[in-house]
Design a protein around this ligand. Structure first.
Ligand SMILES: [Zn+2]
Length: 385
């Protein structure tokens, strides 16, 4: 019998396909797994036997009755068998989580970032990693999510909010400092990876994730591949021109950032009312019918509808997920959003399926952990799933 070590990265292509399918969609009855992968029952048995013998896959204890009425033991992974660290870096804070193999958050930890220099950021990551590894079971991979241009899961080409304008080989620096296999990704793409593998996008082949908050971001999955782009900037829709007259920090009139970001909405309501108004209060005032706030929030909702229609027309995804730390906008501006979406969506295409996801702030760090999980099970951080 062919001996397969427990390590995911040592699997060849066909064993890996089986294991990843079970990781993403399990527990799965054998017949269902064979159908999904287009394999005969014999081929599936030949592929799964060494995976079960090595303990990488386990047979479930619950019988699943198939349409034929015959019972079948489902195959599954052991989510608790591996631990991963995920970290999100903002301008002043590091958010960290520990997850299992299915990106379920087991623990979280947040520390202030003492400074933006690469060496300070790496040292803080190493301190938090050491803290989170003081446990009976160690992590096998670390993922870092960062707002900026990230190439090949290793280098940060540009991170404006940290003042990084030169390339920083962050994955290698962190690997040296922690000894943990490390991958880096753009934070929105990391979030998209988590939704695609372990979230609302499970089982979907074409997916768009639009994030609303301090920035406006977008992650795009086409034919099961997450778009990185030639320079790590795939999905950067923050300054896409939309409707409206607001001007963003870069001087664009009516761009997504200038219309939809939490800072733009708070700023416009502040200006209209002649007193400082935060994002949450701006949404609250709009919800209560304050006319100026209502107008600003409806304008933002309409702009978001145009943006979603635009991306949906371009990509034609099965699903659009709206999320991010500013997601509360959607509840207050839903009517304006839906009107603009319907108006601008190409009539020839099917209606866009929209899923609005709540956003605990640990989602960013969880996304980073999902990138580490993918790198671990695919055995190659450069291989798109
Ligand atoms: Zn702009």
């Amino acid at each position: 019998m062919q001996l397969i070590p427990v390590d995911w990265s040592a699997l060849d292509g066909s064993h890996q396909r089986v294991a990843v399918e079970v990781l993403r969609h399990g527990p799965l009855p054998r017949a269902e797994l064979a159908r999904r992968l287009g394999l005969s029952p014999g081929s599936l048995t030949r592929l799964t036997r060494p995976l079960v013998d090595s303990g990488l896959l386990v047979e479930g204890t619950t019988e699943v009755h198939l349409r034929t009425g015959r019972p079948s033991l489902p195959l599954d992974v052991q989510p608790a068998s591996r631990r991963f660290l995920g970290m999100k870096i903002t301008g002043d804070t590091l958010f960290a989580v520990v997850t299992d193999l299915r990106a379920t958050v087991l623990a979280e930890h947040t520390v202030p970032l003492p400074g933006p220099e690469p060496e300070t950021v790496v040292a803080t990551i190493a301190e938090v990693a050491a803290l989170l590894r003081e446990d009976d079971r160690d992590a096998v991979g670390l993922g870092i999510g960062i707002g900026g241009l990230v190439v090949h899961h290793r280098e940060v080409a540009r991170a404006h909010f940290l003042g990084w304008h030169e390339r920083v080989a962050l994955a290698d620096l962190v690997h040296t400092a922690t000894g943990l296999p490390t991958v880096v990704d753009n934070d929105v793409r990391a979030l998209t990876a988590a939704e695609h593998w372990f979230g609302a996008g499970r089982g979907v082949h074409s997916l768009v994730v639009v994030t609303i908050g301090v920035g406006v971001g977008c992650g795009i999955v086409v034919h099961d591949r997450l778009i990185e782009g030639a320079h790590g900037g795939g999905g950067s829709i923050g300054h896409r021109p939309l409707l409206g007259g607001a001007v963003c920090a870069d001087g664009h009139r009516g761009c997504a950032q200038g219309m939809i970001s939490s800072g733009a909405i708070a700023g416009a309501v502040t200006q209209a009312l002649g007193r400082p108004v935060g994002y949450a209060e701006a949404l609250e005032l709009a919800g209560a019918g304050q006319p100026a706030a209502r107008r600003v929030v409806d304008d933002a909702g309409r702009a978001l509808g145009v943006l979603v229609a635009d991306i949906a027309n371009l990509v034609d995804p099965e699903l659009v997920i709206l999320t991010g730390d500013g997601i509360d906008l959607v509840a207050v501006a839903r009517a304006a959003l839906d009107d603009a979406l319907e108006e601008h969506r190409s009539e020839a295409l099917a209606p866009t399926r929209i899923d609005v996801r709540p956003f605990p702030f640990t989602e960013w760090a969880r996304g980073a952990a999902a990138v580490a999980i993918r790198a671990h099970v695919l055995g190659d951080a450069f291989t798109p799933a």
